[in-house]
Design a protein around this ligand. Structure first.
Ligand SMILES: Cc1ncc(COP(=O)(O)O)c(C=O)c1O
Length: 379
């Protein structure tokens, strides 16, 4: 049952359980050595769940700093008074260097050509940065053969200081994948070759934090585990690895109709009632992030029972078949994601229906869906 009743306005809302975020942070804390730094990844508006309350709770729980993707995301955190270290994972585009320096960000540098403009921007305020090296992800990163040039520039250009080497695993969701070992070994040998072993090295995301202690180095970057989804999807569910669900998604019935057999429901008339049916309309659609792939496939929870979504998902509404359920009326609460009684729809289940990963389910939640952070502590 939701904490927030949401009795006025469009009744489609999310509850973000900050106590569960803190619990999941402690799960990461327990998986790494006490001296290992933890810099949670709160990019994409806290993976779509609303960055500020989550960021504050993570810092209160002991996070050393935070990772963001863009200068704008960092700026929002600074404006709200967050003074902790902020690491810029990917957003170092030409022209943002002055803002990076002014906001005191620590960027991941992935091209030696980025160093001179950073040094220029660091005239008045020295800047600490990481060199992101390519070890197998095939995405952003310096090729190992570019490292000598980057290190030479770092020695000669004023104002910029190297904190350490960083890289990213391509297959952390499959801990036994042989490429994990290869990437760890590549990073280790680069550290040794260039005498950088004492630096602030980082490689591990959620999957590697939980399953590859050999990848932890100096500091780690948990993302999806904090938001209550398994980094090993589809192999297991968050609950099986000690994570608590963070997000619940609720709505209320806005129309209820008894319809005869043979009534077509929704665009394309893809569902036709086979018998006299009680059909409820819910105010949620693909503009809210309730993806079209959920039509004729997903279920929702009502009075603790699973109920099918019928017909196509529209931009603003869906239909569910509540035939035979007692005590259903306009205004009845429906759970799209989360627990109702003994039943729960998990992020992993919704991701499977949507043929995607939990990351996309939460980062695609629509802007117009109200978000309510909840906590047993005062907010
Ligand atoms: C560079 C980097 N590190 C860490 C993470 C966190 O990954 P995860 O959510 O799998 O923990 C991300 C997320 O995509 C990332 O881009």
């Amino acid at each position: 049952m939701p904490y927030t009743q949401h009795t006025s306005g469009r009744p489609t809302w999310l509850e973000i359980d900050l106590d569960a975020v803190a619990h999941n942070f402690q799960r990461a804390r327990a998986a790494v050595a006490p001296a290992t730094g933890i810099y949670p990844v709160v990019k994409g508006d806290g993976y779509g769940l609303g960055v500020l309350p989550i960021a504050r709770r993570l810092l209160a729980a002991g996070a050393n700093g935070l990772c963001v993707a863009t200068v704008e995301e960092a700026s929002e955190l600074r404006k709200e008074g967050i003074t902790h270290p902020l690491i810029l994972l990917s957003g170092l585009s030409a022209g943002v260097e002055e803002s990076v320096a002014a906001l005191g960000l620590q960027p991941f540098v992935f091209d030696p050509a980025q160093l001179a403009p950073l040094s220029q921007a660091a005239r008045s305020r020295p800047l600490t940065l990481f060199l992101k090296v390519y070890t197998g992800m095939g995405r952003l990163g310096l090729l190992p053969e570019q490292l000598p040039e980057a290190l030479r520039l770092l020695r000669t250009l004023p104002g910029i200081r190297l904190a350490g080497l960083v890289s990213h695993l391509a297959c952390a969701d499959q801990p036994e994948h042989p490429d994990n070992q290869r990437q760890i070994d590549t990073l280790r040998s680069l550290l040794t070759q260039y005498g950088l072993s004492q630096g602030q090295t980082s490689l591990a995301n959620s999957g590697a934090i939980l399953a590859r202690p050999d990848s932890h180095f100096s500091w780690v970057r948990p993302g999806i585990l904090l938001y209550g989804a398994s980094p090993f999807f589809p192999a297991n569910q968050a609950q099986q690895i000690g994570l608590q669900p963070v997000v619940s998604w609720y709505t209320r019935i806005v129309q209820l109709r008894s319809l005869p057999a043979g009534t077509a429901i929704g665009y394309g008339q893809t569902f036709v009632t086979q018998h006299p049916s009680l059909i409820a309309i819910l105010p949620v659609g693909y503009a809210d992030g309730y993806n079209r792939l959920l039509g004729n496939r997903a279920q929702v929870l009502l009075h603790g029972c699973r109920v099918p979504v019928i017909g196509r998902v529209s931009m603003d509404s869906i239909a569910i078949d509540v035939t035979g359920l007692p005590a259903v009326e306009t205004g009845t609460l429906v759970t799209l994601l989360g627990r109702d009684g003994n039943e729960a729809i998990t992020l992993e289940e919704m991701a499977a229906w949507r043929q995607t990963i939990p990351y996309e389910v939460i980062t695609n939640l629509g802007k117009r869906v109200a978000k309510y952070p909840i906590s047993a502590q005062s907010l």
